[in-house]
Design a protein around this ligand. Sequence first.
Ligand SMILES: NCC(=O)N[C@@H](Cc1c[nH]cn1)C(=O)O
Ligand code: ZN
Ligand code: ZN
Length: 475
Amino acid sequence: MAPQLDGYFAQVDALSDSFIQRLREAVAIPSISADATRRPDVVRMGHWLADELKKLGASAELRELGKQHGTDLDLPPVVLARYGNDKNKRTILVYGHYDVQPAEKEDGWETEPFELTVKEDGRMLGRGSTDDKGPVLGWLNAIEAHQKAGIEFPVNLLMCFEGMEEYGSDGLDDLINAEAKKYFADTDAVCISDNYWLGTERPCLTYGLRGCNYYNIEISGPGADLHSGVFGGTAQEPMTDLVRILGSLVDTDGKIQIPGIVEQVAPVTEEESGLYENISFTMETLHESLGSKTTIFEDKKNTLMARWRMPSLSVHGIEGAFSGAGAKTVIPAKVIGKFSIRTVPNMEIDKTNECVYKYVEDVFKKLKSKNTMKVYAQHCGKWWVASPKHWNFAAAAKATERVWGMQPDFTREGGSIPVTLTFEQATGKNVLLLPMGSSTDGAHSINEKLDKRNYIEGIKLLGAYLHYVAEEPQN
Ligand SMILES: NCC(=O)N[C@@H](Cc1c[nH]cn1)C(=O)O
Ligand SMILES: [Zn+2]
Ligand SMILES: [Zn+2]
């Protein structure tokens, strides 16, 4: 089946250096969506991507989304593109994001984060290499390899690449809903490459994601930052209140202390309970990707359940607090604590927010502080779980066997891609997550990397998937 794939694979190998060069150019643009001062770079990245697509003969356009929620800042454009318009072919809509998480060399990177550095062992270090510039470019590279090999592209490809995913996909839901019956009208299935294998050797296909509710707790009191020698012991300190609230949210074993959260979680069915043992995942691989053995659970089943089907609460940071090296004797006047809850079936966004607000307000009240406290959700995205019993997944499984020589695991993901559910509901079509990178890639962390092997074989995988999609019978 898919007889032209050998020629395509050989062309991908022949073009591998230029594909790495394309990734190098993309990584060099610091398109950090969470940092307002980097917004021009995010916009530049969107333009660069649209230009690359046009050079490949795709029709590409930049769609403006208006202002960022609650600010005067323009959102970066969404890149919408189409390659092929043949009524006799299936149409696959692919989504990815061209923005990245923040990164500074001083955070502990061994290389410059915005310079792609290819190591002898095949690691390609750079912010966005695996999340999500490598996978996004995978689609462009698949187009180019088909062209250079003289192989007909097997499907029509619709592309939607956004620049705000790492900041809650502000504005994208509205665009997807507005274009569902227009730009995306002939979509037959959706594919997203923006997550990771569970380990380093076995590929996977993913049919579930957790959602994410992201919160701020703002506490203020003094009119300005104060000298702790002059005012310490005389003024109530916002930071003291904040750390006491943050410290009350979750215990050492990850147990969320907010009433009403775990109560919403769907019970484990017998069928689900049996799924975990067959997944290729070991605690050793987890320790490797974690960089330590400080896991909450000692066994695979509880660990996978904690990642896939249980909520978790993480404390991320404090804006306004002293965080540098040395010893600054300051009392911060206003601090903003940041934490998030990863949500799972059957949790509801509004109900979860209500529980969080009530709990934080109650804890603050008990502190009897004279400071002012405000708690609010910064962005919320819903969880998603789909059926992998669909021709979209069958095609991806065949492509995985052809490229990697093994059957994929069927997994859920602990992370979030806020618009996945929106694509499913707006188009009414099956959505598949087809990851390129592996568990040790360190997305969002220092030394983020994509292995050269995963990039090149991943490009083959994306192309092979499209060929099997073209052959797969209707469900
Ligand atoms: N690769 C997907 C990813 O990293 N998603 C982010 C999205 C996000 C940001 N805020 C809430 N969700 C993630 O953290 O999971
Ligand atoms: Zn991502
Ligand atoms: Zn990410």
